[in-house]
Design a protein around this ligand. Structure first.
Ligand SMILES: [Zn+2]
Ligand SMILES: [Zn+2]
Length: 186
């Protein structure tokens, strides 16, 4: 019954707001959306999403192209000496993924969260790392939080914990800094 109501509600909202691809702005055919698994990225754009697979940097998760063996650290991490030990990357921040992030952060696009969760679901190496962990979202300065009305990192952490089937997303710590130009920080 709940699923039927959700389907009906979704059908009604699609009739009022036809599903438009966040990347190419084309209309998404229902069949295409089902096929790609995304509701706000068309099948053609979904094929452009670059999911990260092995081999990748063991510290930040940036992919390596070609054969690698042993300890793996990319040039960025060698230069930056990051404070964390291990990181994973689900997808590259470009094309349709960039469009999803911009929609979420700057256009009040909370509706794309389900597609973001779909990205996590297709990144088993990321889910394996966070399963059972406590996720601490990147904090948002109170001025930005008031303007935006939500902290996207908190919402994404909750989605990631859900996708991992375990894990806990806590509230973000407070941010004392107001940052500019953080389009690449989610
Ligand atoms: Zn598209
Ligand atoms: Zn790295």
């Amino acid at each position: 019954m709940k699923a039927a109501i959700e389907r009906l509600a979704r059908g009604l909202s699609d009739a009022v707001f036809p599903p438009i691809c966040v990347h190419c702005r084309g209309l998404i055919e229902t069949a295409g959306a089902t096929e790609s698994g995304f509701r706000h990225v068309c099948a053609k754009c979904a094929a452009l999403i670059e999911f990260v697979q092995e081999p990748h940097c063991s510290t930040c998760g940036h992919p390596f192209y070609g054969e690698m063996e042993g300890a793996r650290m990319c040039p960025h991490c060698e230069g930056l000496d990051p404070a964390f030990r291990e990181g994973r990357t689900a997808v590259l921040f470009k094309g349709p993924v960039r469009a999803l992030v911009i929609e979420l952060k700057y256009h009040h696009g909370l509706h794309v969260l389900e597609d973001m969760e779909q990205l996590f679901r297709r990144a088993p190496h990321v889910l394996a790392l966070v399963r059972g962990a406590t996720l601490v979202p990147v904090p948002l300065h109170s001025r930005k939080a008031r303007h935006r009305g939500y902290n996207q990192a908190e919402l994404l952490a909750a989605g990631l914990a859900r996708a991992a089937g375990g894990g806990r997303a806590c509230r973000a710590l407070a941010s004392a800094q107001h940052r500019h130009g953080d389009a690449d920080r989610v």
